[in-house]
Design a protein around this ligand. Structure first.
Ligand SMILES: *[C@@H]1O[C@H](CO)[C@@H](O)[C@H](O)[C@H]1NC(C)=O
Length: 417
């Protein structure tokens, strides 16, 4: 796991110890043990079973994001990996040992000793989809027509994941309509109906859907929103609606290893968004992407410093609908598509054929209050800091309570094109 090194603007921070050379260094170096090999004390946060599970599936989520992003280097990426992880975790209830461990390894369950993974998963889902989170997520397993499913699979699926398997009728129009109705009901109509036909050669289809509309802790003044430049790359610029706050209170750090400025803005419901903004305009965010793990994000969350900044941020309304099949095949899950063992589900040989994801994500000026909470005392800076999300950036939507990754986005063009 890479060590986190965050520096505030060198010299910009006034405070105790600011005359030392390493003022503002937030480096956390683990104490060496007697053999000289650094060992990391496990953070108490990760000792809570729900948080530990959240870290595992979020690490799956960062893996999925990396593959997805590398498959579309010049396009936005919007992903709620949790819904895909949930479908896979649920599917593993029907997998015999070899196939089960393939899924469990991808979800990093092999690194957590939890005899009741599925029970803990139920707790996690309840925590992150509580009404105050404004986050909806649902997953479903859809099987080929006429398949006879064992009730010993259906019962635990319903118990832990609150979902019933669906068996296709074979009538593609009816099947699409039924799936659309299910998505509408789960997402309360926030996700558009799909027109993508369900292929006839489906054996197992996994579907994960998610929707989020952020409520900032401190709302933006709509009168300060205006059309501003967004630099798509070094040459091209577009005009997009940008919200701004000349006196925003945010948490901030400069990561010199990743050459990016990290900022965190709180949302209501104990949620936050962490932004990764490269120091120069580029569509190549590979270096940042490579460093994303649950542990890294957790360290960032602990070590950023509260400051006041001139903040501009594009309004955002994005949706995604499509397959993540190819991405999963590149993630050591190929065997699920070849000859997996799902004899706990049915006697007939079945295999994963398709994984679909639908997501909707939105933020605008909306927030809970007009004034920042008085409890936050920003560090005093010698000059005002600018934080302008007017060039390609990455954002991570994280549940503060469990640390779970709920959405991740690569925004190359905020118009969503
Ligand atoms: C993107 O950046 C990485 C790391 O800095 C580099 O290795 C890679 O070659 C770059 N990719 C492109 C397409 O420029």
């Amino acid at each position: 796991m890479q060590a986190l090194m965050l520096l505030l603007w060198a010299g910009a921070l006034l405070g105790p110890g600011s005359c030392q050379d390493n003022a503002g260094s937030l480096e956390d170096s683990p104490a060496p043990d007697t053999t000289g090999v650094p060992v990391e004390e496990e953070d108490p946060f990760f000792k809570v079973p729900v948080n530990k599970l959240a870290a595992a599936i979020s690490n799956f989520g960062y893996d999925l994001y990396r593959v997805r992003s590398s498959l579309s280097p010049t396009a936005n990426v919007l992903l709620s990996p949790l819904s895909v992880a949930t479908a896979l975790s649920a599917l593993s209830l029907g997998a015999e040992q070899r196939t089960e461990s393939t899924i469990h390894r991808a979800l990093y369950y092999d690194l957590i000793s939890n005899p009741d993974i599925h029970g803990t998963y139920k707790e996690l889902l309840a925590a992150v989809t509580a009404p105050q989170k404004n986050f909806k997520s649902a997953s479903r397993i859809i099987f080929e027509r006429k398949l006879r499913i064992k009730s010993s699979f259906v019962a635990p699926l319903e118990k832990s994941y609150g979902t019933r398997p669906r068996i296709l009728t074979g009538n593609s129009r009816l099947d699409l309509q039924e799936v659309n109705n299910w998505v509408q009901a789960q997402m309360k109509g926030k996700i558009a109906r799909s027109t993508r036909e369900i292929p006839s050669e489906i054996s197992i289809l996994l579907l994960g859907v998610a929707y989020f509309k952020g409520q900032w802790v401190t709302k933006f003044d709509p009168r300060k929103t205006s059309l501003e430049d967004f630099h798509l790359d070094e040459e091209r610029t577009v005009r997009v609606p940008m919200m701004s706050d000349p006196k925003a209170i945010l948490r901030y750090g400069l990561d010199s290893d990743l050459s990016c400025k990290i900022a965190q803005l709180p949302l209501t419901g104990s949620m936050s968004i962490i932004f990764f903004l490269p120091l120069k305009v580029t569509q190549n965010l590979t270096m940042i992407e490579e460093s994303l793990t649950s542990e890294f994000i957790h360290d960032i969350d602990r070590e950023l410093k509260t400051i006041q900044a001139v903040l501009t941020i594009p309004k955002l309304k994005l949706s995604y609908e499509g397959e993540v099949t190819k991405s999963l095949q590149e993630m050591k899950l190929q065997s699920l598509f070849d000859s997996p063992d799902f004899t706990k589900i049915t006697g007939k040989p079945i295999k994963l054929t398709q994984v679909e994801h639908r997501g909707g994500f939105e933020w605008n000026e909306d927030g809970a209050s007009t004034a920042p909470s008085t409890g936050l005392q920003p560090a005093r800076l010698t000059f005002p800091l600018d934080y302008h999300l007017n060039q390609p950036f990455i954002f991570v939507l994280r549940d503060t309570d469990t640390g779970a990754l709920l959405f991740i986005g690569k925004i190359l063009d905020p118009r969503g094109i």
